[in-house]
Write a protein that binds this ligand. Structure first.
Ligand code: GLN
Length: 193
């Protein structure tokens, strides 16, 4: 099994390290030729969604990756990645893949409280660490299932094989989120291959 990590901008290296710790083969998507390889899951890392969205389009990666996600490829999207998946961004006119039925708010915690760490419950996993860095939250679900709520705001959602998190599991010690995602990828692989 192999999981691709979008490596255009942001903290993709941390995701690759986590996947290797979990014993999963990984490679970086930096250009169109990279997606011709066979892979069973995709990670959209944190970073700056506007920059990643622009690069996706410039490099011709936008349409083929969107198609793969729509066809059921498992995706783990963290922070900026969650913004890329959202069908609506409350405080931005532009959307990106728009494959997930959520409305998100960018930089939703304001400047002062922009970054914080907490322990909170995630459905199916129990209490896990959650690190927020200039994070968005989910303002509204338009069909996706909400898996975690922190300070009254929705911060994790799943829709089919798409898993979106406002926080950064790649920056914490726990590998629970990664193992949860790897299980989704294994199930996908077994039904498609
Ligand atoms: N604020 C960033 C954005 O809007 C997301 C921050 C992050 O990924 N840590 O894209």
């Amino acid at each position: 099994m192999r999981i691709a990590v979008l490596a255009l901008q942001g903290d993709f290296i941390e995701h690759e390290q986590k996947l290797s710790e979990c014993g999963v083969d990984t490679f970086e998507i930096r250009q169109l030729a990279d997606i011709e390889r066979d892979f069973d899951g995709l990670i959209l890392p944190g970073g700056e969604s506007t920059t990643i969205g622009k690069l996706l389009r410039e490099l011709g990666l936008y349409a083929p990756l969107k198609q793969k996600i729509e066809n059921g490829l498992p995706v783990l999207a963290t922070c900026a990645g969650m913004i890329l998946l959202a069908e609506k961004i409350a405080n931005d006119d532009k959307t990106h893949f728009g494959t997930m039925a959520i409305t998100v708010k960018r930089n939703a915690y304001g400047r002062q409280l922009g970054s914080f760490r907490t322990l909170s419950e995630m459905k199916g996993l129990g209490v896990i660490p959650m690190t927020f860095i200039r994070a968005p939250y989910i303002e509204q679900t338009n069909g996706a299932e909400i898996l975690a709520t922190v300070q009254g705001k929705s911060v994790a959602a799943r829709q089919g094989n798409q898993l979106a998190l406002a926080f950064h599991p790649e920056l914490d010690d726990s590998n629970d989120i990664f193992n949860y995602f790897i299980d989704i990828c294994k199930a996908y692989k077994s039904t498609t291959k």
